[in-house]
Design a protein around this ligand. Sequence first.
Ligand code: PEP
Ligand code: MN
Length: 338
Amino acid sequence: MIVVMKTTASQESIQQTAQRIEELGLKAHIIEGTERTVVAAIGDKRNGEQTSLATLPDVEKVVTISAPYKMASRESRAEETVIQVLDLKIGGGHIGLIAGPCSVESEEQLLQTATFVKEAGATGLRGGAFKPRTSPYSFQGMKEEGLQILATARDMTGLAIVTEVVSPMDVDLVSRYADVLQIGARNMQNYSLLQAVGDTDKVVLLKRGPSATMDEFLLAAEYILDQGNPNVILCERGVRTFETHTRFTLPLASVPYLKQRTHLPVIVDPSHGTGIASLVAPMSAASVAVGCDGLIVEVHPNPSEAKSDGPQSLTPQQFGAMVQQCKTVANAMGVGLG
Ligand code: PEP
Ligand code: MN
């Protein structure tokens, strides 16, 4: 349920509404909009609450939210959530550009990539220090040393650092270095990890699980929002299908679909979505055309020597060309990119 307060509602009435919601055994979340405040009442539905809340001072109306994801739903917040961290802006008519290697491999590799992607127009730098690999024998990442290299790259370039956290145990450590905590596709339904990042004040980039439905994806985001962290970015990164010509199948209809259902920004990862470098630029341009709020792309100075995901990584030159192509589409769409 959403309790919509009058535009003139006092802080006292808002607090009183939240208190009444808690007394009813529900959880109250105050959501401040530019025009008015709404108070979400989350929990199992019981009878009579709606009327009891509707009569409180300064309450305009009480609306039932039909979606199972209450806080993430458009019904709870009509305005788009816009994420801004350093110069990385995602949403609100701006397509944020995050680029960098799949994994941090060395200081030289990362700093070189960071310099290139910044020059090409990126405002976020990606790079995994903790890698969730399908095989336990594959490169698992440089861990804290990798995080230190990422922090050096931020100091040098001003790029916002996006890096994955794979375990609730590491959330504090990764948060000390990262600007954006990435939750990988394999961990989309790791609920204790979602709650742990929900307890931080960091922006969270949540990737769609390769077999997750839209409702499961949005309910995963709900776990983070429910802990009190409103800064969540959704990332479509492809799903598993019968098809094998690409690594995953990248369903771009999920972008406008999600944007109709949620106020959270939606970005696309065409690198994991296709697994093939030559398909990354066309799918990035297509993502811009369907209204994405950002792109996250793998770039490596020498893809053939990458320790992970070389076949889908762009060279810095290819990335530069991709940005130009996306800018043309972004201009046509009347949105900014970078
Ligand atoms: C990654 O971003 O390198 C990664 C492992 O992505 P995903 O979780 O989408 O597979
Ligand atoms: Mn990767």
